[in-house]
Design a protein around this ligand. Structure first.
Ligand SMILES: Cc1cc2nc3c(=O)[nH]c(=O)nc-3n(C[C@H](O)[C@H](O)[C@H](O)COP(=O)(O)O)c2cc1C
Length: 329
């Protein structure tokens, strides 16, 4: 059975990718994930705030330095600018495994931190996943401005590096499909659908805000499933599914919808690294039972363009569901 797939122009041995999460902070984990079947890994994000605070520190040092020290600073700066540990992690991960190592760059505005993308490339990352985790809580900001900001950041990163750049998006656009197509035209090499948002809760006893992180459940595949199904065949860039994978069944569903790769974090954090093998073997068993020879046979065959009943992707479906009288308690 041929499980190979292409993602961001990279050739992967199968469609299972470790999503950005703390497991990727440890090179031993990264090696085990590869041994258990992972075909690529996205490292946890380096944040604009981390990069900027280190740059500020360096500027402060430069301001304090005397003329003699300044002649020494340029090389020193080039060597140290940006959080060094992340670059070191990329280097070590690349040496430790054969699979592609994708760095995750997380920021919300187009400022000096974008140069750090170049250092990520130089450290040996196979690609960059750009995560624009932007909450427009500034109520004067229009939807068009938020969209334009995504395009600007993507273009800035694309101009800085020559490795492929995927963009991880929120589902909260007035028209997510158009947003993806706009970014596709702007040069994105792939789309990671979707970012999960971590909203605060209120602790009624202590009247404090709760900032916990809930791992996902399988019901969460439905939103990415819908949009991957709608976008399959409509963009040049690759489609990556993230959210809700708990078993091989979700992996298979995402492939049917049209995903080039399927990412997973919560399931691995819940069950441990070895669970990658369960996902891998479960996927292979399912495909064997369907007598699938290669992924291209099933990929996208349940996408919006391919199913006979396209209404499942549309408003008609909404009306039918509400009137259908079938409830899952
Ligand atoms: C503990 C934890 C840390 C995460 N850290 C990051 C991160 O640094 N950058 C990022 O883009 N996504 C991060 N995510 C989101 C995951 O990459 C993934 O998109 C999300 O959890 C949905 O996938 P899942 O249902 O398989 O968990 C994190 C998720 C978890 C659970």
């Amino acid at each position: 059975m041929d499980l190979t797939t292409r993602y961001l122009g990279l050739s992967l041995k199968n469609p299972l990718v470790v999503s950005a999460c703390p497991l990727g902070l440890d090179v031993g984990n990264i090696r085990k994930l590869e041994d258990n079947g992972a075909a690529a890994i996205v490292l946890p994000s380096i944040f604009q705030e981390d990069i900027e605070s280190e740059l500020e520190e360096i500027e402060h040092l430069v301001a304090l330095a005397d003329a003699e020290a300044l002649t020494y600073f340029p090389d020193h700066l080039a060597e140290n600018a940006g959080p060094k540990n992340y670059l070191e992690l990329i280097r070590k991960a690349r040496t430790a495994v054969d699979m592609p190592v994708i760095a995750s760059l997380n920021g919300t505005s187009r400022t000096g931190w974008i140069d750090y993308a170049k250092q990520i490339e130089q450290a040996g990352a196979s690609a960059i996943e750009l995560n624009v985790f932007f909450l427009p809580t500034d109520l004067t900001l229009s939807g068009a401005e938020v969209e334009a900001r995504h395009v600007e950041i993507l273009k800035a990163v694309k101009q800085t590096v020559s490795i492929p750049v995927a963009i991880k998006l929120s589902p909260y656009f007035s028209s997510p499909g158009t947003m993806v197509q706009t970014l596709d035209k702007a040069g994105a090499d792939g789309f990671v659908l979707f970012n999960r948002f971590y909203q605060p809760d209120i602790d009624l006893e202590n009247l404090t805000l709760v900032r916990d992180l809930k791992l996902s459940n399988r019901g969460e595949i439905r939103l990415p499933l819908l949009w991957i199904g709608a976008l399959y065949g409509k963009v040049k860039g690759s489609l990556a599914a993230t959210s809700g994978v708990q078993s091989a069944a979700e992996v298979i569903k995402y492939l049917f919808a049209g995903a080039d790769v399927v990412m997973t974090a919560s399931a691995l954090l819940r069950h441990g690294i070895d669970y990658m093998k369960a996902l891998h073997d479960g996927m292979v068993a399912d495909l064997a039972e369907r007598e699938v020879q290669s992924l291209s046979q099933l990929r996208g065959s349940m996408s919006r363009g391919k199913v006979a009943d396209q209404t499942a992707f549309d408003r008609v479906n909404y009306i039918r569901i509400l009137r259908g009288g079938k409830y899952v308690a």
